[in-house]
Design a protein around this ligand. Structure first.
Ligand code: C2E
Ligand code: MG
Ligand code: MG
Ligand code: MG
Length: 283
């Protein structure tokens, strides 16, 4: 079928495009309503020290159960939030919930993901500061995780924002490292406090010699630049051993815990303390 485009011309008309647009609009409307009704949840995934397996902190991950549909993946709704400007509100909801939740885990640190659109907003740093103060959380306990895109596109602005955050004591980690195209050399100028190696680089290190070498080189480079390394997506004990030997200080992945409700984190923290005397006794 074809359709007049309004200027007297005829263009190809694809009805499935209308369906897709309609579905996207509905998704956006539902997401907006969910944010307004404060229905965006937060799951917490632990990360552990590679030398003793003990929990060091948690990463906050946004969760949304869409009415009539069930859980929607962040890989679906975060891009929608980013392209519609909803990410500011959503991001602040997640940060606020997580900072208040962190009060019950005084021994842990918190990582929160931040989208380029949030980081670009001049009001961002002030809002983060406000939330930390309201929750009475020391800025040093918060790490913001960002991917390389924003740093590549706006190096000058990005460096400025980084300096403001660092001035307040907040840490910044480079997320999904190794999944993009930029070199560590280029990223060096930003002086990240930490690098998170992407799970795609971790996946087959125990089966593929090439992958293992690539991982070793990436970790060595990050460490040479004084950036401590977290590995994400750790699923097997063999991977954990290899990553520890390669020099990854923190490990995160299903092996140590899935993204879970806050109560589960409380249980893990308690367990990790209960096991302390046993570990000493075993030494
Ligand atoms: P990310 O920050 O790189 O988070 C890691 C993702 O890997 C999470 O997916 C986590 O559930 C998953 N993961 C953790 N361990 C394993 C493992 O052992 N194996 C495998 N296969 N996967 C593992 P999730 O929760 O679906 O989030 C996807 C992405 O959505 C995140 O990637 C992050 O970029 C974004 N995201 C999530 N929450 C937020 C948020 O509050 N704000 C922003 N801006 N982005 C968010
Ligand atoms: Mg992350
Ligand atoms: Mg990541
Ligand atoms: Mg990722």
């Amino acid at each position: 079928r074809s359709k007049e485009d309004g200027r007297g011309r005829w263009t190809l008309y694809d009805p499935s495009m209308d369906d897709e647009r309609e579905m996207r609009n509905q998704l956006e409307l539902d997401l907006r309503a969910a944010i307004e009704r404060q229905e965006i949840g937060v799951a917490y995934q632990p990360f552990v020290r590679s030398n003793n397996g003990r929990i060091a902190g948690v990463e906050a991950l946004a969760r949304w159960t869409r009415e009539g549909y069930g859980p929607v993946s962040p890989d679906v709704f975060i891009p929608v939030a980013e392209s519609t400007g909803l990410i500011d509100l959503l991001g602040m909801c997640v940060l606020r919930s997580a900072c208040f939740e962190l009060r019950q885990w005084p021994e842990l640190t918190l990582s929160v993901n931040v989208s380029p659109g949030q980081f670009r907003d001049p009001a961002f740093v002030g809002r983060v500061e406000e939330i930390l103060q309201a929750a009475d959380i020391e800025p040093r306990r918060l790490t913001l995780e960002l991917t390389e895109t924003y740093f590549i596109q706006n190096p000058a602005r990005a460096r400025q924002t980084l300096e403001m955050l660092r001035g307040m004591g907040i840490r910044v980690a480079l997320d999904d490292f190794g999944a993009g195209f930029s070199s560590v050399g280029y990223l060096r100028q930003f002086g990240f406090d930490r690098v998170k190696i992407d799970k795609t680089l971790v996946q087959d290190i125990t089966e593929n010699q090439r992958s293992a070498e690539l991982l070793h080189a990436t970790v060595a480079l990050a460490r040479a630049l004084d950036m401590p390394v977290t590995a994400e997506g750790v699923e097997t004990g063999a991977q954990a051993d290899a990553l520890r030997l390669a020099g990854c200080e923190l490990l995160q992945g299903y092996l140590f815990g899935r993204p879970s409700p806050a109560e589960e984190i409380t249980r893990i923290v308690r367990q990790s303390y209960d096991s302390l005397p046993k570990m000493r006794a075993a030494e």
